[in-house]
Design a protein around this ligand. Sequence first.
Ligand SMILES: Nc1ncnc2c1ncn2[C@@H]1O[C@H](COP(=O)(O)OP(=O)(O)OP(=O)(O)O)[C@@H](O)[C@H]1O
Ligand SMILES: [Mg+2]
Length: 259
Amino acid sequence: MTALVKLTGVSKAYGHVRALEDVSLEVHAGEITCVLGDNGAGKSTLIKIIAGLHQHDRGSYEIEGAPVRHASPREALDHGIATVYQDLAVVPLMPVWRNFFLGSEPRKGRGPFKRLDVAMMRETTRTALRDMGIDLRDVDQPIGTLSGGQRQCVAIARAVHFGAKVLILDEPTAALGVRQSGVVLKYVAAARDAGLGVVLITHNPHHAHLVGDRFVLLRRGTMTGSYTRDGITVDELTREMAGGTDLEALAHELRRPAP
Ligand SMILES: Nc1ncnc2c1ncn2[C@@H]1O[C@H](COP(=O)(O)OP(=O)(O)OP(=O)(O)O)[C@@H](O)[C@H]1O
Ligand SMILES: [Mg+2]
């Protein structure tokens, strides 16, 4: 099957900082590709290339087999690539339904009498959230009153509703506790089940292994490993992430000296 997104040998430098060097990954419909790596590993740079915010210097980027080079996030979006950034671009004081439609508001009437079709937006938001199994009491509440996890869920439902083919999530569970992380991962899986190809960026090997079909490990801009689900256990993933021997050396350093 042709990959929805395929990067091959992609490199990117910011001035003389080599943020990515020879990185490859595939995203398939109905699958979750996890990108793991420590701070500064190049995870955000990688998704910014997929999302059209940055361009790669070398290598190739294909969507459904055709080479692309997005000049803007708008172009990526037109190719069905939706991105939920970690800092979620929401307007906290606006109601949930208003944020759901932000930038793609349907209008009613003609000419100067055009106005926002509020009733329809409320109802659509309610239905879209319900279809994803998201139970929100009131779509009129300001989105700022939702928990971080709930906001991620609204963003995921929004991408599914507006027909994204690929959904990119930059550390959706980074700031969340165990329970809320579980809820977000459930909706990540729901997006997968709706047939989207998902890219999940995370620091957490346990979260990755719970839902991931493919795993790409980055360290200081280079790819240190690429696995499919049957190719790696959660323990191996954890060890790879921690840099195995680095962690053992640290454990040794932190040990109390014998009295
Ligand atoms: N706009 C930029 N200009 C210059 N250097 C940058 C820029 N963005 C990122 N970098 C550098 O590129 C490298 C990779 O950064 P990137 O943000 O992709 O890492 P990351 O894996 O997302 O890290 P984190 O887990 O902290 O979010 C880092 O060394 C970073 O300092
Ligand atoms: Mg980042």
